[in-house]
Design a protein around this ligand. Structure first.
Ligand SMILES: [Zn+2]
Length: 197
């Protein structure tokens, strides 16, 4: 089944959830003509949840103006803020930074649930906003598995953590292989009860 847009019922659900305001800046929908419901995961590759509440947010502006325009002009930041979702991810599992609630999960039942502090930390880490040597230093000597954004992974003893003046953090496994931590890098620690960062 394909459909060119969300149903009336879904639009109403999304508008109610977002309080008839732009999710990003909080501006009331009454202040901008014509609703602009933005698809977080793009419409270019249709999938069953395309027109579901988890994938839709109210944004002010159009494709080139207001917050809608901002999203398209700043894709890298928009992915970190959950306003864009990569085609391989489930929008229900990618949180969004909203003016109204802060960081929230948008669910397909039309509800929004604020992130727990631990969920927020994990997301910030995953998006590379908060990787820091300070955080990883205590885990030196742990057995670690580093999984990069391209899916490649490597395991070994975490022997060093370095942070350059630009805030770029790298980890060394077994004293010889360096991995620079970027968006979507994941680190699992085998001796920490399956801790994942
Ligand atoms: Zn806005």
């Amino acid at each position: 089944m394909t459909s060119s847009g969300p149903s009336r019922k879904v639009c109403d659900t999304v508008d109610m959830r977002d309080g008839f305001c732009c999710l990003r800046c909080g501006k009331s929908m009454g202040a901008w003509p014509g609703g602009s419901r933005h698809h977080r995961r793009p419409r270019s590759h249709p999938w069953p949840g395309l027109h579901g509440p988890a994938n839709l947010v109210d944004l002010c502006g159009s494709g080139t103006t207001g917050c809608h325009g901002w999203v398209h002009a700043h894709p890298a930041m928009a992915y970190r803020y959950g306003l864009l979702v990569h085609s391989w991810r489930d929008p229900e599992k990618v949180p969004v930074l909203s003016k109204r609630w802060g960081w929230v999960w948008l669910l397909d039942d039309g509800t929004a649930r604020p992130l727990l502090p631990s969920e927020k930390d994990r997301w910030l880490l995953e998006t590379g906003l908060k990787w820091s040597a300070e955080m990883l230093d205590p885990l030196v000597d742990s057995m670690a598995t580093v999984t990069l954004g391209n899916g490649l992974s490597d395991s070994g003893r975490l022997t060093a953590v370095t942070e350059d003046p630009d805030g770029c953090v790298a980890v060394t496994l077994d004293g010889e292989t360096d991995y620079r931590l970027e968006d979507y890098t994941r680190i699992d620690f085998d001796n920490q009860g399956k801790e994942t960062l």
